[in-house]
Each structure stands twice: as C-alpha cells, then as structure tokens.
Design a protein around this ligand. Structure first.
Ligand code: G6P
Length: 499
C-alpha cells in the first residue's frame, strides 16, 4: 500500500462517470506512478480538491482510496503546516517558515485520518509505504495500532541539518513519528546523516552506521515486533534502518517517447517557432522559490545586458507550472518572476525574438519530451532540491546523446550526475560562466558527458529504486543490506550542507 498526500490524479470537475481527472503535479507522483502500475496494491491519498468525498476507484490500473480534506484542513494542514512550515524549514529556510499551533493540530488530525484509512484496508503483515513530509506522523500511528505491519517511509525532500531542524517546536514528535518505520529512506547521504544526528540530539538513541536503536518495552517484543535485539545499553530495542535511496524516473518510458517520430517532429517545430536561434536554453520547474528561477534569470539578463549573448542567438524557455498558489510566499514569487521576465524582455527582446518565453502552465509528458529534445541547454539551478527529476528526464530523453545539463550542486541529482556542469546558483558569475560554457561547448565534449550521464540514469531507474527499497523493507535482517543503488562515494560537494 502506498500512502501519500496526493493521489496520482487530481479531481478537476464533474461527478461519477463524468468526473474529469488530471495527473497530479510534482516529482513524487511522477516517480511512484510507474511503480504502482507494475504492481498490485492500493494508493491512499487526497484527490486534490477541498470538501470532495469520492468513493474508491481505479485509474490506469491502480486502485485508489481517496482521503477527503475540508477547506479548513487544506488551509491549515496542506497550505499551512506542510507547505508554509515544513517545506521552507526542510529547504534551508530559503523562505521563513511560519509556526502556528493550530496548523500543528490540523497536521496531527489529518495524519491520523490517513493512518486510519490505511488501517481500514491493511491485510495482516501488509507492506505500507508512506511518503513525504506531509505524513511524517503516520508510521508511528500505524505501528502503535498494528505491530504486524511492515512500514516504510520515504522522504522525497531534503532533511535539514540539526541547526535548522531544531527550530521546529514539534521536532521531537516528528522524529518519533518517523521512527515508527522499519526503513526510512532519504535522497542523499547528507539527509540520512542529518536525520541520525537529530535522533541522537533529541532522544540520545544509539545509532550505528545506518541503524538506529529505538528502545521498546518487553511486551512489545513479545507482540511479534520485527527487528528486535538487545541494545548496547542492555535494554530491548527495535532497529530502524535509515539510509539514502536516491529516487529516479521511468527512464525507458522517456527514451521510448523520445524515439516517437511525432514527438521528434514536434521538437523541430518548437525550434522553428522559437525562430531557430543558435541556442535554446530550457528551465522546467514548479513555480517554487526552491528552484532558483530568479537566479537563473538574473544570470541570463546580465549576459544579455553585457552583450555577451543576444536574444537572436540565445533564447530561454521557462516552463513554470502553477503550484500552491494560495500560499503567500508562492504568490510573491510569481510576482517577482513575472516582473523579472517583463523587464528582461522589455530591455532585450527584438521583434520576433523574445529573450524569455515564459509559460505559466503545466504540459503533458509528450510535450515535455519534445521540449527536452529541442533544448541545447537544460538549466536546473535549484537552491535546494531533494532530487530534481527534471534533470534525469532531460538526460533520459536525449537519445541523440547531445545536450548540456547545467545542474545545481544543491539538488540531490548532482550526487549521481557528476558530468553535468555543476554550479552554485548563488554565485551569479559562476552561473553566467556555466551558461556560456554550455552554449559554447564542442559537440564531442557534450556527447562524452551526456553518454556518461545516460548510462547512470538508464541503469538506475525508478524500478530499481523501488525494488531496492522494498527489498530492504521486507528483509528480516537489517544488518548492512547490499548497496545496490551504488551511490557514488564522492557525494559531498563544496558547500554541501551535510556537516
Ligand atoms: C514535491 C513534493 C511532493 C508534492 C509535489 C507537488 O515533489 O515532494 O510531495 O506532491 O512537490 O506539490 P503539491 O503541493 O502540489 O502536491
């Protein structure tokens, strides 16, 4: 069973047979949808609209169990605690987090509802895989009610260093909620390290390598708990495995789309529509302050202002899909981005050659692959990002082995895609340099880098990720599972936030 805040589809309009659904936004759904389509199981989540009661249904071969949220819960649990407290806190406080006790109350209530929905349908010894920061209390709620369940948790976003995490007034409760899991997965080595440190600081539990020893009482041990042992302090403990499992994409699906002649024709058409510039640079993000969209635009604007590039030679296509629009920080970001786009276009566009093509819209996967194929340079300049699947999608789509990826070292993907042009997006001169390097890079160098990155993404896809996680989850013995995700050793670039 998967439990996540969102179902893979959002309700748009209509009822019953006439209901209209569309694919939900974001990396979590993009990654989990192919995993669930290939397996038997249910997906428990919110259908994306307030006050909407929907009966369980099947979409694209996946059994879905909708969990309703009232308008007030959307405001306090989803927009509030999840996306105005935890999201900014876990992303290096790029935007200041708000702490409100009513939001915390709503978070607890809604986590309980998700746990109850799972408990209502969980068979004995079922595997329950809980996802992301919106539901961190669910693992413990499940374990307290049903110690027979096998409980996994995967955190799709970063886990912050203790100096930042410790701001959270409910820091102990969240850690306790997560420790209800058998296995807790993180994107990066640094995230797992940050979590272990928070456990030691807040609870003084023993940690050894990837294993955390959680004290239990004798009766729990008798009730068939898995992974029990005698801890070094002589008390019975339950061990929790907390380690990195870097997520990926359905790479072969992107490859297949890239081979489609219709999509290739669309890619050529896109370049023509853009006026056949020498270089097309592309950004694809949810409109989120973590993504570094303004830093990217500032760097591009300066290159235009200096005359190093012109809007005839180089254009930037920025897809910024609408996201969390009722949260103040997002509304503000939209204004800032849109003012920046207008200024740059006003100053540097030429008739028929806008410098920036700004698209505040979401697109189907086919159009995204056409855009990836049309783009000479892909700009992923996140200030902090759990993984960033767009970087991997670009690489998987480039069946011609061409194209340059400019990638922030603050995105999890930079641990694996070492042949990208790695940048610190706060360093605007460095970012300009990387853009120019990408624009001018000889084809041989482009192909050498792209080939190496493709090898990594094609062999480490989302199927392998989920198989590895589930293998660790069902294993009777937690001790040192094989690291078959084979995370490169040199994973902490300068400026990394891990230590
Ligand atoms: C990120 C998060 C997901 C979330 C997605 C879209 O990928 O890790 O949990 O679903 O963004 O955000 P939204 O708030 O629209 O669900």
């Amino acid at each position: 069973m998967i439990v996540s805040n969102r179902l893979p589809v959002d309700h748009v309009s209509g009822e019953g047979e006439d209901a209209v659904w569309r694919t939900s936004p974001g990396g979590l759904v993009a990654a989990l949808e192919p995993v669930m389509r290939a397996r038997d199981g249910v997906w428990i989540g919110w259908p994306g609209m307030a006050d909407k009661k929907v009966d369980p249904f099947v979409a694209d071969g996946i059994d879905l169990i909708p969990v309703p949220l009232s308008a007030k819960e959307v405001e306090e649990y989803y927009e509030g605690f999840s996306n105005d407290t935890l999201w900014p806190l876990y992303h290096d406080v790029i935007s200041p987090p708000s702490y409100h006790r009513e939001w915390w109350d709503a978070y607890q209530r809604v986590n309980r509802r998700f746990a109850d929905a799972a408990l209502a349908v969980a068979a004995p010894n079922a595997i329950v895989w809980v996802h992301d920061y919106q539901l961190q209390l669910v693992p413990k709620m499940l374990r307290d009610a049903r110690p027979d369940l096998i409980i996994g948790f995967f955190n799709h976003i970063p886990f912050p260093p203790y100096g930042i995490y410790s701001q959270l007034p409910w820091r102990r409760q969240i850690v306790d909620g997560l420790l209800g899991s058998d296995v807790i997965g993180f994107q990066r080595v640094a995230d797992a390290g940050n979590f272990a440190r928070a456990v030691r600081r807040l609870y003084n539990y023993e940690t050894r390598g990837n294993l955390i020893s959680v004290p239990i009482d004798e009766s729990a041990e008798k009730h068939g708990q898995r992974h029990t042992a005698v801890g070094r302090r002589g008390h019975p403990v339950r061990t929790v495995l907390a380690r990195p499992f870097p997520i990926s994409i359905d790479a072969s699906m992107f490859q297949q789309l890239a081979h489609d002649p219709g999509i290739q024709a669309r890619a050529r058409e896109i370049r023509e529509e853009l006026g056949n510039p020498g270089t097309v640079m592309l950004g694809v993000d949810r409109l989120d302050y973590t993504k570094g969209i303004r830093h990217r635009m500032k760097a591009f604007g300066e290159l235009l202002a200096e005359g190093t590039v012109t809007s005839e030679d180089v254009c930037l296509v920025q897809v910024a899909s609408p996201s969390r629009e009722r949260v103040e920080a997002y509304a503000q970001l939209r204004d800032e981005v849109e003012i920046t786009v207008s200024r740059i276009n006003g100053d540097f566009s030429q008739l028929g050659h806008p410098a920036i093509h700004y698209l505040h819209q979401g697109y189907p996967r086919e159009e995204m692959v056409a855009l990836y194929l049309a783009a000479d340079v892909m700009l992923v300049t996140a200030l902090r990002d759990g993984m960033n699947l767009v970087a991997k999608e670009y690489v998987a789509s480039r069946i011609d082995q061409d194209g340059v990826l400019v990638l922030s070292e603050f995105a999890g993907a930079s641990d694996e895609l070492r042949q990208a042009l790695l940048v610190n997006p706060h360093d605007i001169d460095g970012l300009k340099g990387a853009m120019l390097h990408a624009i001018r890079m000889p084809k041989r160098d482009r192909m050498r880098r792209m080939r190496a990155m493709r090898k990594r993404v094609l062999t480490h896809d989302v199927q392998r990720w989920s198989a590895t996680f589930l293998d660790a989850l069902v294993r009777e013995d937690h001790s040192d599972p094989a690291n078959n995700l084979d995370i490169p050793k040199r994973v902490m670039p300068a400026g990394s936030y891990g230590e």
